[in-house]
Ligand binder design. Sequence first.
Ligand SMILES: Cc1ncc(COP(=O)(O)O)c(C=O)c1O
Length: 461
Amino acid sequence: MSAHGIVWGPTYSEMLDPSLVPPTLLQGRPNGRDREPTGVDLFGINWRDERGRVRVVRLPTELTGVEANILVLIGKHFPSGSHKIGPAYAALMEAELEEQLRPGSVTLVAPSTGNFAIGAAYVARAKGYEAVVVMPEGLTDERYERVRRYGARVDLIPNGEGDLRELLRLTHERYGGDPSCRALAQFEAMANYRFHRFVTGGSILEAAAGFGDARVAAFVAAPGSAGTLAAGDEIKAHFDDALVVAVEPRESPFLSCSRRGKHRIEGIGDGIVSLIHNVLNTDYAVLVAEEDCLWGLRVIQEGAQVLTRALGVPEGAAESLVDLFGLSGVCNILGAIRVARSLSIPSGRNIVTIATDGFDRYPSAMAGLERESGHIDQAILRLRARLVFSGGEGTGLYDLRGAGEKERLHREKEALWSGLGYPDSYLRAMRSPSFWEEEYARVAEYDRLLREARGALPEEG
Ligand SMILES: Cc1ncc(COP(=O)(O)O)c(C=O)c1O
């Protein structure tokens, strides 16, 4: 698989449908967990199980308390443990094809609040690159450990105001002018948009076809880089009445109303409009309190003990949810429930959301909750289960569809990114839907280049 000495991986089409991967490229996949990443592992970058089905869970209505189907795509099975490996892989793949980037020629630099860093470190290792990740201090220990396990160096920066502007500024300042470094810039790289619109969006459409009216009424996701939200563009291209809703921590309602604050839901609510966020397609924002996410995760991890006794979730269903979600996944679920309630989305309609990673990254967050709350017993957990899943009213939805709100979001984006060196003409072009369609159309071009680069291998049909 390393024609011309390079470890290549899957095309965008193969990430959407891995059955298209030529079998010769899958030979020699080693077994075992916690081993060194290899090039063959990159072909596991997709949303599917061993039988080729998109990994999706329909949440029990006893848990959600709403009539609409809430469908959650499960990201923890991606190599490296979260779907953030997809944008890391796609950004590197595009740079290799376009700029002839090769292992040994550059050090990869990945700014991140966690999962992207882990994904980038994994991809770098599998392809033989040196990598440095730029991360804020104070994240959960599990994240730093994972990055180091995959051999990347960690460049820690102060957490400052709790938003990403400092991370972006320091990454540009420290590494921007250095020709021996190449940034895998999730907040800026259109590869992130392409990966999620094509691979995540396509997988969502396929998953939703198996439930209710087979359509998507709303796509709900909490943005960090806003890559995942790009799936909403693909959903809207298929269902023009579908709504796209951004979830934000109540403590940092930046898209909602340009306010920033510190919170503990890692990976989201970063207090910026990322460059790759197509704000034209974001219809609403909904707020979820960090406390509800922490308690929500804690009670889901108790399985039947709490969910069955407090909410009447069938035992098997309650147990099957254990370990599936991280904090942002619970935030997305709570956001989806609030969207269903606020917009009275009826039975038979599908609201889709995402669990970026699983519980394995959050034991230290749960230990923190334990420390703060003192003794936590079953009675407390049952009470919390009712409060978090059946309560949590009060914030409503922020309607971002009007021209005034679009203008505010474009201005926030332009202020940040022109300060980081992006030309005004490029930023202005993003105000037009055609910018996004043209970027998206490049998926086919990269697929062709990659198939050619992989050499005389069987073509997909
Ligand atoms: C745990 C977690 N959830 C959600 C997100 C947000 O995803 P996106 O960057 O695609 O908006 C991230 C991003 O790093 C994350 O790490």
